[in-house]
Write a protein that binds this ligand. Structure first.
Ligand SMILES: C[S@@+](CC[C@H](N)C(=O)[O-])C[C@H]1O[C@@H](n2cnc3c(N)ncnc32)[C@H](O)[C@@H]1O
Length: 297
């Protein structure tokens, strides 16, 4: 059987920039530069096992136009309705958001958007807190150092693989000191549940994954969701794909990647990253690498 990477090399496109060539197609990635409603409407019902994304926060970033909160929620509702249509019965939706900010007042987007998911009968399994070290230093409130991921399922019969995402136990050699299992290891040798608080560095200037995108996902964050919530060969969609971090996370673990973004520059970077990934030259931060602690001994 040909190696998996070879699948990707039949569609190279010369960009005319030195020797840099970019993939235009990939056997496992379907990526498009268009609005998510248009892209999603072209996909069949219940065809996605995981829909993971981070939408704009309506705070005036380079890639969005600030609008009223009502209009923002209406737009999110339309995208979420399509996501629910595309979700397989055993699938999951993970909506990663922070705060909308208006005149110094914060509006947590998970609180604002939660009713839109409940409207479709989805069930919340975790509200994961993603904490990170870098961001704005606020003067009139505490600096924000976390965002959240709302993880919803469509039914009670959902995929959840804990073993591939276990993290090292704090005391792996601890043993039961009494009872029938006395002397045996008390913790799971594969490690422990990573919990619903994830300390993963956000992608700022010195991060190995940094591109021109101002708010990209760390690939390791999406990898944990891909491994826990899907199986090999299944499909992962990001309707606000940016520079393709979710697609890379999916491809890394032999899942099919789907995604779109309105910005051609970001989609070009996404294809470049896929090309580098297939060529084995894409640098990524390992999924469970501990956060650097200058005080650690
Ligand atoms: C927070 S960023 C997502 C970044 C992404 N997680 C990554 O790792 O690169 C939101 C993205 O949504 C895109 N976007 C905004 N409105 C869109 C729409 N209606 N359809 C598709 N993409 C859209 C923006 O261009 C932006 O790249």
């Amino acid at each position: 059987m040909a190696p998996k990477q070879a699948l990707a090399y039949d569609n190279l496109d010369s960009r005319g920039e030195g020797n840099v060539r970019r993939l235009k197609r990939d056997a496992q990635a379907t990526i498009s530069c268009e609005s998510n409603l248009k892209f999603m409407r072209s996909l069949p019902d219940e065809s996605m096992n995981l829909i993971v994304t981070s939408p704009p926060y309506n705070i005036g970033k380079a890639y969005e136009k600030r609008t009223s909160q009502e209009k923002y929620v209406e737009d999110q509702a339309a995208c979420i309705a399509e996501a629910v249509r595309l979700l397989a019965p055993n699938g999951s939706i993970c909506w990663q958001v922070g705060n909308h900010v208006d005149n110094g007042e914060i509006f947590p987007l998970d609180i604002m958007l939660y009713p839109l998911f409940k409207h479709h009968g989805l069930q919340l399994r975790n509200r994961i807190v993603w904490t990170f070290g870098h961001g704005l230093h606020c003067q009139r409130r505490f600096s924000g150092r976390h965002e959240t991921i709302l993880w919803f399922t469509k039914t009670d019969d959902y995929t959840f693989n804990l073993d591939p995402v276990r993290v090292p136990s704090k005391y792996p050699n601890k043993k039961h000191f009494k009872g029938p299992n006395k002397g045996e290891l008390s913790s799971n040798p594969l490690g422990k549940n990573p919990s619903d608080v994830w300390d993963i560095p956000n992608v700022k200037s010195n991060h190995v994954e940094k591109t021109d995108h101002p708010c990209q996902f760390p690939i390791g964050l999406v990898e944990r969701l891909v491994l826990a919530l899907t199986n090999e060969g299944e499909s992962v969609l990001d309707p606000y794909l940016g520079v393709g971090s979710s697609a890379i996370a999916a491809l890394k673990h032999n899942r099919n990647a789907y995604g779109c973004d309105l910005d051609k520059g970001y989609i070009d970077i996404a294809w470049d990253r896929i090309h580098q990934f297939r060529a084995g030259t894409l640098r990524t931060r390992p999924m469970n690498k501990p956060v650097y602690d200058p005080d650690a001994k």
